[in-house]
Design a binder for this molecule. Structure first.
Ligand code: NAD
Length: 496
């Protein structure tokens, strides 16, 4: 099977893209020559076939990454040099942002403008942030032991890191993982999602152009149960960093524990609540919550998927949310004005429609949406959907739908709102809408979630830590915490 193929990209023409494995700065086929297929979510038709990395390929990639870690990367390279390469990488990504955005849009179904300006833009920013942080990390000197003894701490890179990412933000999740790992001095064996492997592979060509030594970034497209499992169980991988579902996170933790007890960080699912108090500006709150739930067609781990509204403004808020739902720019991903594209796959679409049916059967009221988009023409769209008058016993309130569906109900007191918000196994994000600053502080403190947005939604920045409480994960990405997740601390006791 060839390692590259040529595809037709809307508004871009013919583009050659890699479809092989990237090991030791070379494109190679899978050791057993097998491939897997992807589907275009906007048409439902076959898209591109990619090489499928075997257990043996994982082993070859790990050997290459280990060699690089011991020789051309890690502690062998000054942090300023790692930073310079990462800055160059970000510049090349920015140079190619139109092409990368078009490819991301085609593979994932996102509107092309959002893929280019948000997904690529945020990824460039994350690479630059971690490039800037690479030489600003340092240990401590501890002088509690008398004049002739002291202790200093070193922050050392963990080593060879497996990284396994999902399909909803293929480039952003790639950048949030690769950026801090390389800045810290780790080498990487990356496995993109089997649904959206293309842009992570395109980034390999840019890595080579930037000048990263062979083995620093190896990239292996493949299925979770084979390639992903082989990474999680590999005896010479020091850490696995994962973003995806709770069920897979649990499997990876078990595989890591059963093999070499490699370190594990997990960014998992969510069922994030928005609390709208009586004093909130209803129109503004509805606009933020709408963006929070329907951005990326609801396929977002922080999606504002539950909304609790104080009883005095409930009807007004639901009416305002409906207006926002019906304003969503549903359309073809290649259209610059589209903000709401198809879901990633038929499986995902059918799962979301089944949840909506279960909500109906359990007594929820469908305020708007609730079905396939009637102009979908083979693609996997589901309309922006509001299910009102829901209650905590319903499946749609308890489980992550990962689609464009919000469930709504009323509360009367602040205490009740906090209880409802925390009534979930998840704890990724939450939002609070109130004009009472003291209430913002009280409620933010009481909600069990890694991110709280007050009078806004979905704001992210590479300097701000991100991660989950409860089943939503272990560890943090972004910010200084994100870099530290790729370091270990050594305490050196000196006796002069
Ligand atoms: P998923 O768990 O099915 O797959 C994620 C990745 O894990 C893919 O690359 C897949 O191939 C791999 N994988 C699957 N089985 C594996 C196994 N046994 N061993 C190793 N790897 C395996 O998740 P998904 O459907 O791609 O993504 C959706 C989920 O991800 C949602 O639950 C969502 O909330 C979550 N998510 C979380 C965040 C976050 O930052 N918290 C961000 C994006 C998505």
């Amino acid at each position: 099977m060839p390692t590259h193929t040529t595809i037709e990209v809307p508004n871009f023409g013919k583009v050659e893209v890699p479809v092989g494995l990237f090991i030791d700065n070379e494109w190679v086929e899978s050791s057993d020559k097998k491939t897997f297929s992807t589907v275009n979510p906007a048409t439902g038709k076959p898209f591109v076939d990619f090489a499928h990395a075997t257990k043996e390929d994982v082993d070859t990639a790990v050997k290459s990454s280990r060699k690089a870690f011991k020789s051309t990367w890690g502690n062998n390279v000054p942090a300023t040099e790692r930073a310079a390469l990462l800055f160059k990488f970000a510049d090349l990504m920015e140079r190619d942002s139109a092409k990368l955005g078009a490819l991301e849009s085609l593979n994932s179904g996102k509107g092309v403008r959002i893929a280019r300006d948000f997904d690529v833009g945020d990824s460039v920013a994350a690479l630059r942030y971690f490039a800037g942080l690479a030489d600003k990390t340092h240990g401590q000197t501890l002088n509690h032991f008398g004049n002739e003894k002291f202790v200093y701490t070193l922050h050392q890179p963990i080593g060879v890191c497996g990284q396994i990412i999902p399909w909803n933000y293929p480039l952003m999740m790639w950048a949030w993982k690769v950026g801090p790992a390389l800045a810290a001095g780790c080498t990487v064996v990356m496995k993109p999602s089997e649904l959206t492997p293309m842009t992570a592979l395109v980034m390999c060509d840019l890595a080579k152009e930037a000048g990263f030594p062979a083995g620093v970034i190896n990239t292996l497209p493949g299925l979770g149960a084979t390639t992903g499992d082989a990474i999680s169980r590999h005896m010479d991988i020091d850490k696995v960093a994962f973003t995806g579902s709770v069920i897979t996170g649990r499997r990876i933790s078990i595989a890591a524990a059963e093999s070499n007890l490699k370190k594990v960080t997990l960014e998992l699912g969510g069922k994030s609540p928005s609390l709208i108090f009586d004093t909130a500006n209803v129109e503004e709150a509805a606009a933020w919550v709408a963006m929070g739930v329907w951005f990326n067609s609801g396929q977002d781990c922080t999606a504002s998927s539950r909304v609790y509204v104080q009883e005095g403004i409930y009807d007004k808020f639901i009416a305002a949310l409906k207006v926002n739902a019906e304003k969503c720019a549903i359309g073809q991903p290649s259209d610059e004005t589209t903000s709401f594209g198809p879901l990633i796959s038929q499986t995902q679409r059918d799962k979301v429609l089944a949840y909506i049916d279960s909500g109906r059967e359990e007594g929820a009221r469908v305020v708007t949406g609730g079905k396939k988009w009637d102009k979908s023409d083979g693609g996997f769209w589901v309309e922006p959907t509001i299910l009102a008058e829901t209650n905590i016993k319903m499946k749609v309130v308890q489980e992550e739908i990962f689609g464009p569906v919000i469930v709504a109900s009323k509360f009367s007191t602040e205490e009740e709102a906090i209880d409802l918000a925390n009534n979930t196994v998840y704890g990724l994000a939450a939002s609070i809408f109130t004009n009472d600053a003291r209430q913002q502080t009280r409620v933010s403190t009481a909600i069990d979630a890694g991110t709280i947005w007050c009078n806004q939604y979905g704001i992210l920045h590479p300097s701000v830590p991100f991660g989950g409480y409860k089943h939503s994960g272990i560890g943090r990405e972004l910010g200084t915490y994100g870099l530290e997740a790729y370091q270990q601390v050594k305490a050196v006791h000196q006796n002069l």
